[in-house]
Design a protein around this ligand. Sequence first.
Ligand code: ATP
Length: 255
Amino acid sequence: MLRVEGLRVAYGERVVIPGLSFTVAPGQALGLIGPNGAGKTTVIRALSGVLPLQGGTIFWETVPLHTLPPEQRARWVAVVPQGATLPEAFTGEEVVAFGRTPYHPWWGPLADLDHLPIARAMIRTDTQAFAERRVGTLSGGERQRLLLARAFAQTPQILLLDEAFAHLDLKYQVRLLRMIRRLLQEEGMAGVLAIHDLHLAARFCDQLLLLREGRALAGGPPEVVLQPALLEAAYGIPMRVERHPEAGWLIWPEL
Ligand SMILES: Nc1ncnc2c1ncn2[C@@H]1O[C@H](COP(=O)(O)OP(=O)(O)OP(=O)(O)O)[C@@H](O)[C@H]1O
């Protein structure tokens, strides 16, 4: 179980997340939703260890992630960041192999044991064809899939995704979301996704956390959180929500 309690994060003097608590069970996905500037990316960055905490705790089972040094935390937590740039001269396989860095603190060569997670990660993301190609020759969506493969190669317990699907075409959005769901369940990993697309969030996530100005307006399964009044309070415009027998949810702003 991922347990976050009283998370408090600031940029300089400005407190952006005053105190946030939530849990994610193994095998489950939590979607962070809310308007621009609500704090979704900040929560992801705090969980990944990029931002220091001003307060609060982050536990995976009994492991206090908030006190671990970055190289140790990286064995537990992998992140697919928003709009990351990759070195253009690297090959696809080299990018994915970076996922094994936390297991080689002295930048040593890959061990035999590393090749299996790298190969599995590339098969799962359908990136084998990019193994020998330079990153500079790949499209935005293809690079995004390599970032996912790098995260899988890290064999984490917690997978953090910051708008990881924004640049993917519909086929890969669906394919990778299905694959991530299977991976979370098979490996007992916990997933936390910052996601703008409310339809994808509703279909994919077990739990949603609706943020506004760094605070949780609502948390729970989609049917609890996706209430017009709550969405209106978050986004500041009237919203309509309907269940659909095939699409699952239809959510749209009233024009
Ligand atoms: N490096 C930074 N320095 C100062 N303030 C920042 C920094 N990064 C983000 N902020 C502020 O923190 C708040 C939360 O930003 P954050 O990027 O976490 O929001 P978000 O919900 O991910 O937004 P979006 O949907 O636009 O990506 C915003 O008010 C933003 O201006």
